[in-house]
Design a protein around this ligand. Structure first.
Ligand code: FAD
Length: 596
């Protein structure tokens, strides 16, 4: 049976010591939390560890079932756990108070969600998509729509879905065919088929609110002719009571590699009643509100699964006896030493630990930008935060999920053959982590978004600000001897990233394949520098704790060592990335398609 312990101390370190969470108490929602921060994290940790984690493996084994009437049941125990989550007010933790939420920081929502997703990713996908749908209705809905849909979504009695994908189109949404026909009373009839819809049908909530992309008859071709619709499973009356079944149904469940406890549905819309959300033909723009939110949520999944897998690998490595340490027996009274004595096992554990701790900081720093962008009274601060949020979103999604999967595999490797046996749960982590690289825009598309859209946006304002911030951090700490090993490596990584950016600016526009060929490596190079910057800040914060004589010296010392490992063993990869990027697209594109 796999184990899981929520890393509360680490989250508190990132929030308080690294990000200066308590300095933001001028922002709505932040002022309330300093004294309740530990209580909120502690309570969510308890829920995750005690109620959600035990259902992770059973949910994987049992999966979901579709019945003849089209209804879907979730694995045993999911209903109760979801009810606990809902009744605890976790769905609306960061939602605005006027819509029934608690108005607490989105940063805190992310901190809490990491624990829940580590404990049970499949279960958390039911309320997970509701978050993005709430944000989309708040941003694009009319007052009447907000009043009609939000309260039940915020309190979790209704969940939501995101319907983009069709059998013939996933990435290229310009091809989508689902039709919307105006009825004349302001509503529309929606017809078509959507596939791969997460949480499309289930038994956890009273109603399901589908946000559906469709093409109004006569709309322009391509992405400019797509609109967004609210299509509920049950049509509610004015008081919000679901009264009439809409003509939308789950046609079948996908039989898939992982996240078995989450129902991935084929959804058939057969003249279903729908309501336009946002502007006619403005659907993709509106859906981007949901997708950006969801992309951070998926990046979080990468981190969360990697953290759970790592914890199990560390525990196994302390326990499993095989071979003797190269430097002499460490457990001479036992038939062999625990495998944690072997450098190659340490390499794996340190790599995972170094990524997870920096990944947590990067995720929370990015979420903090969302809070500042939406809540700060200061316009320049809002804009700077919004720039950074846009820039970092594809990096968080792409890098944390690529690495999350790699590290789930790495953790599985620590188990040797036992990692391949379902009983230990490592196979499930690998299977569950894999999807996060694919959905919400496959990672190749995240890389293109970063290179093609986010870098040049507003004349490169966001990326220049990021370079300035990291560069200034290195300069400010250069003369500090204790920081030098960290800042030197970070500065080298930053130089490589700036050189790669310049190369892209010079070679991308004249030959777009160069930009496409460089994009994934560029995203990872960016990720290394962003994670390295997080390590720089974490090390500085750990040193401050040590200087202040805080009584948890071992915690801070471990940060210094883990940060050093990242700088020595992981950061040097930036040089190889730069070399690959600047080799251009020629060899990649040279062979004719028949040669493959
Ligand atoms: C378990 C699961 C749950 C899902 N949940 C949802 C959901 O809730 N709602 C929803 O709408 N969808 C959902 N999806 C769909 C998912 O978002 C899509 O599968 C994904 O966006 C990729 O689309 P596709 O499968 O059509 O691949 P394609 O678009 O066919 O892409 C195939 C490959 O080509 C690459 N590619 C495509 N175009 C380009 C390009 N221009 N340049 C470079 N590379 C390119 C892609 O990166 C990918 O690697 C889910 C999928 C799964 C498997």
């Amino acid at each position: 049976m796999p184990i899981y312990r929520a890393p509360v101390e680490d989250t508190l370190f990132v929030l308080r010591d690294v990000l200066g969470y308590e300095r933001y108490n001028n922002l709505p929602g932040f002022a309330e939390t300093p004294e309740v921060l530990e209580a909120v994290l502690g309570e969510s940790a308890r829920l995750a560890e005690t109620d959600m984690h035990p259902l992770n493996r059973t949910g994987d084994v049992e999966g979901c079932a579709r019945h003849e009437d089209g209804s879907v049941t979730t694995p045993k125990g999911f209903k109760k756990a979801y009810r606990q989550y809902r009744e605890g007010g976790w769905v609306g933790l960061a939602a605005p108070v006027e819509h029934g939420g608690q108005g607490l920081p989105y940063t805190l929502h992310n901190a809490v969600s990491e624990y829940m997703v580590s404990a049970n990713m499949a279960l958390m996908m039911y309320p997970g998509l509701t978050q993005g749908a709430i944000a989309t209705i708040i941003t694009h809905g009319s007052d009447e729509q907000k009043a009609r849909w939000l309260p039940n979504m915020v309190d979790g009695s209704w969940t939501a879905t995101m319907n983009l994908t069709e059998p013939h189109c996933g990435t290229d949404l310009g091809l989508l065919r689902t039709r919307a026909t105006p009825v004349g009373d302001g509503s529309y009839r929606i017809s078509g088929q959507k596939i791969f819809i997460s949480a499309g049908e289930h038994d956890l909530a009273e109603n399901i609110v589908h946000l559906v992309l469709a093409r109004i008859e006569g709309a322009p071709k391509g992405v400019k002719g797509i609109s967004l619709f609210i299509v509920p499973k049950f049509i509610p009356d004015a008081a919000g009571n679901p009264v009439r079944r809409n003509t939308v149904a789950c046609g079948s469940l996908e039989d898939k590699m992982g996240i078995h406890g989450n129902a991935t549905c084929v959804m058939n819309y057969d003249d279903a009643e729908g309501h336009l959300l946002g502007e006619v033909n403005g659907g993709l723009k509106a859906m981007f509100t949901m997708m950006n939110e969801a992309r951070l949520g998926v990046g979080l999944q990468g981190l969360a699964v990697a953290e759970a897998a790592y914890q199990n690998a560390a525990a196994y490595a302390r326990d499993r006896l095989q071979g003797r340490s190269l430097s002499g027996a460490k457990a001479p009274d036992k038939p062999a030493d625990p495998i944690i004595v072997h450098p190659d096992i340490r390499r794996k554990l340190m790599t995972m630990k170094a990524f997870n701790e920096a990944g947590r900081a990067l995720l929370l720093w990015t979420a903090m930008q969302s809070d500042i962008a939406h809540r700060s009274p200061d316009e320049p601060d809002r804009q700077a935060a919004d720039d950074l949020l846009g820039l970092l979103t594809p990096v968080v999604k792409g890098v944390l999920t690529d690495k999350g999967f790699d590290h789930a595999v790495m953790a599985q490797q620590v188990f040797g053959g036992h990692g391949y046996i379902e009983e230990h749960g490592m196979s499930q982590y690998v299977r569950d982590a894999r999807i996060a690289m694919i959905y919400e825009g496959a990672n190749g598309i995240q890389a293109l978004d970063l290179v093609g859209r986010k870098l040049p946006l507003n004349g490169g304002r966001a990326v220049q600000a990021f370079f300035r911030e990291v560069g200034e951090f290195c300069d400010e700490n250069r003369s500090d001897e204790t920081m030098a090993p960290y800042t030197k490596a970070l500065k080298k990584g930053l130089n490589d990233l700036q050189a790669a950016t310049l190369w892209l600016m010079q070679n991308g526009p004249r030959k777009p394949d160069n930009a496409g060929a460089a994009s994934t490596e560029y995203m990872h190079l960016f990720g290394l520098v962003a994670l390295g910057y997080m390590w720089g800040r974490m090390v500085k914060a750990a040193q401050a704790r040590l200087a202040a004589g805080r009584d948890d010296a071992a915690f801070s010392q471990n940060k210094l060592v883990t940060g050093r490992y990242f700088m020595e063993r992981v950061m040097p990869e930036t040089t190889a990335q730069l070399t690959r990027i600047s080799s251009g697209a020629d060899t990649m594109m040279a062979l004719p398609a028949e040669a493959f």
